[in-house]
Design a protein around this ligand. Structure first.
Ligand SMILES: [Zn+2]
Ligand SMILES: [Zn+2]
Length: 381
């Protein structure tokens, strides 16, 4: 019996995006090597390339992403102006459109119909394909971003996006290049090559960071932590953490995790140009990691060969789970005390109080428990 499969017609091409990606890729593969062969690039052009790569990359990660899409901190107008100009130079649409879509991505992550760049529709779709056609999942709806409509710099950029983006991609490199005596070299490296590299590095966060890496905090979605990817994305490779705690200004939370965006934000905070940096309480982070460890250990126990050994380890695991529940309960209770104190405007006193010391003890208890559960899991091998 044959089945008639009804094929959905593909949506029409998004011509501006197709033209942008085709021309920039072809230019980087043809004009750029030809110019390098016939004229060569000087140190000034390479320095300008490095500056523009960092400025546009950070404007997307620290500006578009962590400041505007997630409100992870507040920034002085001069810093927002920088993000507005160099974010437009990244040619990834206006901050209004970018952030609105990104909020939809977080809300409906992995949903085939609602997530605009769902990895479940394939690696290529999540990386670039979603922009090449006018898919219904990519329809823009600003109802989730009234805060951005009120931001005058964001609204200005949205109104004049094409002019600013073209001016920053052509006018800016040509002007600086002319002043340094090499306008075409500056345009090709700081404009063209930087654009193509910056595009794919950002797009890797939607594709690779939902595909390759570990999941230490949650398996509720496909987002991954990946140290290698962090090197190419200004620290956005710690995507598993980010999807669980999206409003934290950090993605790589440990001091050794490469996250230049968090150092950039912390640096401007020290200079007084950024404030209200949001951080997830350490206890919540430890709690998420421990929960993952329990799940993994439980799964390993099911595969344990010896029933007697399994029974002993299962009992130990249950004791750990009980201790975990007790610690979490105490922490919840302590948070209640904290909010009460804040309501009575006694937060300062609370910070210095016995309760603060108790919180630190609870955080330490979870850390120690993680070590014990790790050992327990090793015994199941
Ligand atoms: Zn994501
Ligand atoms: Zn995000």
């Amino acid at each position: 019996m044959s089945e008639v499969v009804e094929r959905q017609p593909k949506p029409p091409f998004n011509l501006p995006a197709v033209i942008l990606f085709t021309l920039s890729t072809l230019g980087a593969l043809s004009v750029l090597p030809w110019y390098a062969w016939t004229h060569g690039f000087g140190a000034g052009a390479w320095a300008f390339f490095a500056f523009c790569t960092a400025a546009t990359g950070l404007s997307i990660t620290a500006g578009y992403h962590r400041l505007w899409a997630h409100r992870a901190y507040s920034a002085h107008w001069s810093l927002r102006l920088f993000y507005m100009l160099f974010g437009a130079m990244a040619f990834q649409n206006s901050a209004m459109v970018w952030c609105s879509m990104h909020r939809v991505h977080h809300k409906h992550v992995d949903d085939v119909d609602l997530d605009p760049y769902s990895i479940r529709r394939g690696f290529w779709f999540a990386h670039l394909g979603w922009m090449l056609r006018n898919y219904p999942s990519g329809e823009i709806d600003f109802s989730n971003s009234p805060d951005l409509e009120k931001d005058r710099l964001v609204a200005f950029q949205h109104r004049h996006y094409l002019a600013i983006a073209l001016g920053m991609n052509f006018g800016f490199p040509l002007l600086v290049g002319a002043a340094c005596g090499d306008p075409w070299g500056f345009l090709l490296l700081g404009g063209l090559l930087r654009l193509v590299i910056n595009h794919h590095c950002t797009f890797f966060i939607n594709s690779m960071a939902h595909y390759w890496g570990r999941r230490p905090y949650t398996v509720q979605n496909t987002a991954r932590d990946n140290d290698i990817l962090a090197l190419f994305t200004f620290g956005e490779g710690y995507h598993n953490f980010h999807h669980l705690f999206q409003w934290d200004y950090r993605n790589g939370i440990r001091w050794w995790q490469y996250d230049p965006t968090k150092w950039w934000i912390a640096g401007f905070s020290a200079l007084g140009l950024a404030h209200s940096l949001k951080r997830v309480p350490e206890f919540k982070i430890q709690r998420a990691m421990l929960q993952r460890q329990f799940d993994r250990t439980q799964a390993r126990l099911q595969r344990c060969g010896s029933p007697r050994r399994m029974a002993v380890l299962q009992k130990l695991l249950e004791q750990e789970l009980e201790a975990f529940a007790a610690t979490v309960n105490e922490w919840t209770h302590l948070q209640g005390e904290r909010f009460d104190a804040a309501r009575k405007q006694l937060a300062d006193q609370w910070e210095n109080s016995e309760a603060r010391r108790r919180l630190q003890v609870l955080e330490e208890a979870l850390r120690l428990q993680r070590q014990r559960v790790r050992l327990l899991r090793l015994q199941t091998a």
